[in-house]
Structures are given as structure tokens and as C-alpha cells.
Write a protein that binds this ligand. Structure first.
Ligand code: PLP
Length: 412
């Protein structure tokens, strides 16, 4: 006879099965779906048990800042999907990154980070941690030799996203892991763009994976959340200690939404990868587009590397429109369906002009160094029919191409 409270996740199950079933421990009601434990604290059977729970000599629930069953189910499922020893869920992607930094760095330490990270991550290293005497050297994500050259005796952390957003630069994760190991440092990979459905950085040698669960893990643009997955129990305990003390906790409701997101993760990542590939190939042939940035294109400089460490190329396509900012804005303003918004990883396709939004607070020189041109448009491909997405882009691109050829006819 089966104990209905113990779902069969003890065996070695395949990714899609783990995504649907791992981590759940059913309650006394034998509910089929994961319940939301909307409670801030938990009761004990005796004073002695309370003391043991607080001292962590007995495992169990205490207080939802650091022990909540719904959040724990999400942590166990994501840890299983990433192949990690431990997972700590956090209130946001940024608090996941901050928690790793607080767990591994102290004053006087040094970080080597990619120069094309998510804007707030750059700001965290450059403007916030610098106030606590943690220095950061920024180098190109795809330049492993630059990472090695930037390592100093006090380097404790290497931080990278791969592929980067929006330009899709790919970092050589095994090479960076070797550099980190030689330096006695921790390699952290922000796996937001691929998710474990397309890339498992811990299997490639990384020590820590961080997520903005807000993006593809949710998949429908509903909640803010994050997670840290560690290769070892030891690192997991260090991050848990930060969560318990500093308190950037994920709410049980958000954990429940993300659990639902994980169940469809691979289906969605495959779908957006297929649509993004088809749109990238079409954009390459369009006369109003001068360059397309997508790791799935054979012309992409790290296409071969991406093919070896990723199971798909993801949903982010960036492209350069002729006519600079005016050209880019007219393509964006000619859309009728695609959402003009900064978020990504939603079922709805979104379009952004990085130079004046996500990267608008950088100086012109910093933008140029990051490769963010005035004509660059970022598309985060969603789950709509790919023909509708293409048609929505073609309206503006065709107008730009017609305008450009009229100008060149006049000047000829
Ligand atoms: C959005 C994002 C973050 C930050 O996550 P929040 O949930 O918004 O705090 C970090 N890294 C990447 C790559 C992101 O796209």
C-alpha cells in the first residue's frame, strides 16, 4: 500500500518528472496540489521541543522568515532541477545575489564580475558593496583570460550571467570554474536566462546558481522572487544563515506561484527557444536590421560554446535597427500586440529599447563599452503564435526599410 503523503520523488526521476513532483510533502488532508501554508509561525508540543527547534538540534518549522513548508517545497524542487545540494528561496532575484555576497565576502575582499550583468547587479557591486570595502573588477563575460588576469590574492567571488542580457554573450562556465577553483574563490552563475531547463551550471563546475524567479521560473509575470542553489551543503548553510538573520524571505504565496511555474518550465523554455530562433533567423534577412544578437545563430561568436553547455538558446533576441534611436523607437511604437515593458520571461512577448530604459542610467561611454547601441531593440519572446509576433515587428521594420531606401534614393 502507498502512503499518499509521500509522493514518489525518492528515486532518480527525469527532469520533467522532477519539475512536476519533487519536493512535496503532503499534509494530514492528503491534498493533491501543493497547499499554501499562510502562517507566520508554528506551534510546538512542549517547551523542550521549542528549544530544540530554535537551536536547530531538531529539524522542523519555527517561523516563516526561514522555515515555511510551501517555500521549502519550492526550494527542494528547484535544488533537484539544478542538481544542487541546497536551495534558499529569497524575496527577489536581487536579494538572492545580496545573500550570496553577504555569505561569502567580508571587508577587504575582491570580486571579478562580468561587465554586462543585469543593471542592479552592477550597481550592487559598484555602488553598494564598494561602501563596505569590497572591490569589484569588471571584465567581459566571454573573456575567460580576462577573468584569470583580474584575479587577486583577496578575490573570493567570480560572478557571471550566461547568456548575458540583452546581447547574448556566452561565458565559458567550465573555464571560469577552473579559475575560481585555482583562486579558492566561489563561481556564481546567474542562470536567469536559461533556467535549469536549458543549462545546469553546477554540473559545469559552478559553485552557486542564483535566480530571479520573477522571470522564466514564474513564466507569467505575476510575482517577485529569487533563489540561491549551492553545490555543497556547507555553502547552503552559509546562505541560510544570512536569510535567517537578515530576513529577505520569499512569501508562501509567491513560492506556490513559482511551484506552478516550475511544472511547465521545460515546455515553455523549449517553446520560446523555438520561436526566438525563428524570429532571429528572419530578422537577419530584414533590410532594416543591421545585426542580430542570438546565441542560436551560427554567426554568433560563441555559438559553438553555447551549443555545448546549453540545451537550447532561450527567448531573448536583440537586434540593431538602422536609423539609431529613431529607427528603434519607430519599430517599438509600430507594435500593436507586443507589450512595451521592461520585464522578460513572461508568456507575453515584451519589447524594450535598452539604451533609454534598462541601461538609461549608464553614461554614453559606459553604454558603448557594454555594446548597447542607440538602435538596439530587445525582444523577450513569449508564447504567442510566432507568426503574430513576426507580423507585429514587420510593420515597423518595413516602414523603417522603406524610409531608409527613400532617403538613399534622394541622396543618390
Ligand atoms: C531581473 C533580474 C535580476 C533581478 O531579479 P529581481 O527579481 O528583479 O530582483 C537579476 N538577474 C537577472 C539576469 C535578471 O534578469
Amino acid at each position: 500500500m502507498r502512503d499518499p503523503r509521500v509522493p514518489g520523488d525518492g528515486e532518480a526521476l527525469a527532469f520533467d518528472t522532477v519539475a512536476v513532483r519533487a519536493g512535496q510533502v503532503r499534509g494530514s488532508e492528503c491534498e493533491h496540489n501543493d497547499p499554501i501554508y499562510a502562517t507566520s509561525s508554528f506551534v510546538f508540543e512542549s517547551a523542550a521541543q521549542a528549544a530544540a527547534r530554535f537551536a536547530e538540534t531538531e529539524p522542523g518549522n519555527v517561523y516563516s522568515r526561514f522555515t515555511n513548508p510551501t517555500v521549502r517545497t519550492f526550494e527542494r524542487r528547484l535544488a533537484a532541477l539544478e542538481g544542487g545540494a541546497a536551495c534558499v528561496a529569497t524575496a527577489s532575484g536581487m536579494s538572492a545575489i545580496l545573500s550570496v555576497c553577504l555569505a561569502t565576502l567580508k571587508a577587504g575582499d575582491h570580486v571579478v564580475a562580468a561587465d554586462s550583468l543585469f543593471g542592479s547587479t552592477i550597481s550592487l557591486f559598484a555602488n553598494l558593496l564598494s561602501r563596505f570595502d569590497v572591490r569589484t573588477t569588471f571584465v567581459s563575460a566571454s573573456d575567460s583570460a580576462a577573468f584569470a588576469a583580474a584575479v587577486e590574492p583577496r578575490t573570493r567571488l567570480l560572478f557571471v550571467e550566461s547568456p548575458t542580457n540583452p546581447l547574448g554573450e556566452v561565458a565559458d562556465i567550465p573555464a571560469l570554474a577552473r579559475i575560481a577553483d585555482d583562486a579558492g574563490a566561489v563561481l556564481v552563475v546567474d542562470n536567469c536566462m536559461c533556467t535549469p531547463a536549458l543549462q545546469r551550471p553546477l554540473a559545469l563546475g559552478a559553485h552557486v546558481v542564483v535566480h530571479s524567479a520573477t522571470k522564466f521560473l514564474d513564466g507569467q509575470g505575476r510575482c517577485i522572487g529569487g533563489a540561491v542553489v549551492t553545490a555543497t551543503e556547507e555553502l547552503g548553510k552559509q546562505v541560510f544563515g544570512v536569510l535567517r538573520t537578515a530576513g529577505p524571505a520569499m512569501s508562501p504565496f509567491n513560492a506556490w506561484v513559482f511551484l506552478k511555474g516550475l511544472e511547465t518550465l521545460r515546455l515553455r523554455m523549449r517553446a520560446v527557444s523555438a520561436s526566438a530562433q525563428s524570429i532571429a533567423e528572419w530578422l537577419q534577412t530584414h533590410p532594416a536590421v543591421t545585426r542580430v544578437f542570438y546565441p542560436g545563430l551560427p554567426s554568433h561568436p560563441q555559438h559553438r560554446l553555447a551549443s555545448t553547455q546549453q540545451a537550447g538558446f532561450g527567448g531573448i533576441v536583440a537586434f540593431e535597427v538602422v536609423g539609431g534611436q529613431a529607427g528603434a523607437w519607430s519599430v517599438i511604437d509600430a507594435t500593436r500586440m507586443i507589450s512595451i515593458t521592461g520585464n522578460l520571461g513572461d508568456a507575453k512577448t515584451t519589447i524594450t529599447h535598452p539604451a533609454t530604459t534598462t541601461h538609461g542610467r549608464l553614461s554614453a561611454a559606459e553604454r558603448a563599452r557594454a555594446g548597447i547601441g542607440d538602435g538596439l531593440v530587445r525582444l523577450a519572446v513569449g508564447l504567442e503564435d510566432v507568426a503574430d509576433i513576426r507580423a507585429d515587428l514587420a510593420r515597423g521594420l518595413d516602414a523603417v526599410a522603406a524610409g531608409a531606401s527613400a532617403v538613399s534614393a534622394q541622396t543618390a
